[in-house]
Design a protein around this ligand. Structure first.
Ligand SMILES: Cc1cc2nc3c(=O)[nH]c(=O)nc-3n(C[C@H](O)[C@H](O)[C@H](O)COP(=O)(O)O)c2cc1C
Length: 437
C-alpha cells in the first residue's frame, strides 16, 4: 500500500510505563512511579522511532482511592513535560490541562514557557474535566454546557494573551539599551462572562505562536468545540464503523467552521499487545484481561454511567436495557458513557465484556497480534477513513513501547506511511499544521 493521500500516519505514544494492573509484577518498576527516569526512557523510545508526540492525560483528584491502585496518584504532567523537554530534541510534548479548574493567565504562562524551553514542541490537550470540583470550592461540578462555555472563553483569553507580544517585540539591542519594543506588547483588556484579564502576558510569544490545540471530548458539544478550535482530536473508538462515522462527522463540522479539515488530525487511542506469534499475543492479551479487578472496575463503570447499581448482575449476564442511562443527559462524560451504552445495547456485551473494555482500555480500541498484524490494523483504519493516526498505549509497559518502536514502526516506514526522519522540529511541523501568525 502506498502513502495515504500522500500523507503520513501520525503516531503519539502514551507517556506511561506502568499499567495499573501490572504493578505487582516483579519487574514493573512500580517504585519509580514518581521518578523521572522511566518517563525519560519512554520519551527516548518515542523519539528514536520518530513518533510525533508523547501524550498524557491528567486528572484532578483521587476519585477511588483503594490500597491496590498503583496509578492512583502520579506526576503532574506539565511539570513532567518540562523535564522531558530538556531530555529530548524533536518529539512533541502533549499535556492535558483543564479549562474548568485553571485560570487562563496562569496556564497561558506555563504553556508559553514550555513551548519556549522545548523550542516549539508543545501541545495542549484541552479538557473541560470530568471531576475536580471538590478541590476548587464547588458544591458540584459545573454542568456540561457551562464547562464548554467557559472553555470557549478560556480559549479566547489565552489566544489573546499569547498574541499580546508581537513576534518582533523582543529586540535585545545592546547598543541602544533596548531589550524590547513596548509598542509591540499590548494589553488585551478582556472582559467576558467568566474572565477579566488585562494582559499582556509576562512572557514573550511562544515559538509556535501558541501550543497546538488538542481536544478530547466526544459529545455533540465536544465535537463542535473541536470543530472550532482543535488541530488534533483524541477520541476513544473501538469499532471501525463508528470510528469512520466519528471521523466523517468531525471533519464535516470542521469544514462548516470554514476551516481546512485536512489540517485537523483525528487520533483514536489504541491499546496494543504485541507477540512474536499471534498465539503469543493472544496469550499476553488473555493475561492482560485476567489482571482486571472486576469489583473495582464495576464501581468505575457504575460511576461513568451516572451512578447506576450493577452489583446484582452476574458477570456473564447482560445489563438490562432499562438500567442503562440516556448517555447524552449525563453531566460528567456523556461521550465516554455512550461507548459503553452502545456496547451493551448494540453488541449485547455482558457485564464482564463491558468491564474488560473499561478495565483494559477505558473504552479505547485494542489490538493484539504480531508486529505485522498491529501495523496492518493501524494502516487499515487509516485507509478506511477512520483515523489520521493513533495515540498508542502499549499494554506491556516499557517493553511494549520498545516492541512497538522497534518492530511495528519499521514496518510502517517500509510501507511508506510513516516518516523515517523528522523533517521539522516543532510539533506543528510534525503534524503539517499551519504556523500561527
Ligand atoms: C479520548 C479522551 C481523553 C480524555 N482525557 C481526559 C483527561 O486526561 N483529563 C480529563 O480531565 N478529561 C479527559 N477527557 C474528558 C474531557 O474532559 C471532556 O471534556 C469530557 O469528556 C466531557 O466532554 P464530552 O462529553 O464532550 O466527552 C477525555 C475525553 C476523551 C474523549
Amino acid at each position: 500500500m502506498g502513502k495515504r493521500h500522500g500523507r503520513h500516519i501520525h503516531l503519539g505514544l502514551w507517556l506511561t510505563f506502568l499499567d495499573a494492573a501490572d504493578w505487582r509484577n516483579p519487574d514493573s518498576r512500580a517504585e519509580e512511579l514518581n521518578s523521572l527516569a522511566p518517563y525519560v526512557e519512554v520519551a527516548e523510545i518515542g523519539e528514536r522511532a520518530k513518533l510525533d508526540a508523547l501524550i498524557r492525560g491528567d486528572g484532578l483528584g483521587l476519585p477511588l482511592p483503594s490500597p491496590d491502585q498503583a496509578y492512583a496518584g502520579s506526576l503532574e504532567i506539565l511539570t513532567l513535560l518540562a523535564a522531558l523537554a530538556a531530555r529530548t530534541e524533536k518529539i512533541g510534548l502533549i499535556g492535558t490541562a483543564s479549562t474548568t479548574f485553571t485560570e487562563p493567565y496562569n496556564l497561558a504562562r506555563t504553556l508559553a514557557t514550555l513551548d519556549h524551553i522545548s523550542n516549539g514542541r508543545v501541545g495542549w490537550n484541552i479538557v473541560t474535566s470530568v471531576a475536580g470540583e471538590e478541590q476548587f470550592g464547588y458544591d458540584q461540578i459545573p454542568g456540561h454546557e457551562e464547562r464548554y462555555e467557559r472553555a470557549d472563553e478560556f480559549i479566547e483569553v489565552v489566544s489573546k494573551l499569547w498574541a499580546s507580544w508581537e513576534s518582533d517585540a523582543v529586540l535585545v539591542d545592546r547598543e541602544n539599551g533596548v531589550f524590547f519594543d513596548p509598542k509591540k506588547i499590548n494589553r488585551i483588556d478582556h472582559h467576558g462572562k467568566h474572565f477579566h484579564v488585562a494582559g499582556p502576558l509576562n512572557i514573550a510569544r511562544p515559538p509556535q505562536g501558541r501550543p497546538v490545540f488538542v481536544q478530547a471530548g466526544d459529545s455533540d458539544r465536544g465535537r463542535n468545540f473541536a470543530a472550532e478550535h482543535a488541530e488534533l482530536v483524541f477520541t476513544a473508538q473501538r469499532d471501525l464503523e463508528k470510528a469512520q462515522a466519528f471521523y466523517r462527522d468531525v471533519k464535516e463540522r470542521v469544514k462548516r467552521q470554514g476551516r481546512d479539515e485536512s489540517r485537523v488530525s483525528i487520533l483514536p487511542g489504541l491499546v496494543v499487545t504485541i507477540g512474536a506469534t499471534e498465539a503469543e499475543a493472544r496469550e499476553l492479551h488473555d493475561q492482560f484481561l485476567a489482571r482486571i479487578d472486576y469489583e473495582r472496575t464495576r464501581t468505575s463503570l457504575e460511576a461513568l454511567l451516572g451512578g447506576i447499581d450493577l452489583s446484582d448482575i452476574d458477570l456473564d449476564e447482560q445489563v438490562p436495557e432499562e438500567r442503562l442511562p440516556e448517555a447524552a443527559t449525563l453531566t460528567r462524560q456523556p461521550g465516554r458513557a455512550q461507548i459503553f451504552v452502545d456496547l451493551a445495547k448494540e453488541k449485547g456485551a455482558t457485564l464482564r465484556q463491558l468491564l474488560q473494555a473499561l478495565g483494559t482500555a477505558h473504552g479505547h480500541g485494542r489490538v493484539f497480534g504480531t508486529p505485522r498484524q498491529v501495523a496492518d490494523h493501524i494502516e487499515r483504519w487509516a485507509e478506511a477513513g477512520a483515523a489520521d493516526g493513533f495515540a498508542i498505549s502499549p499494554a506491556q509497559g516499557l517493553a511494549g513501547a520498545r516492541l512497538f518502536a522497534d518492530e511495528v514502526v519499521p514496518i510502517l516506514q517500509d510501507r511508506g506511511v510513516f516518516r523515517r526522519e523528522y523533517t521539522g522540529s516543532t510539533l506543528r511541523d510534525h503534524f503539517g499544521l499551519w504556523p500561527v501568525s
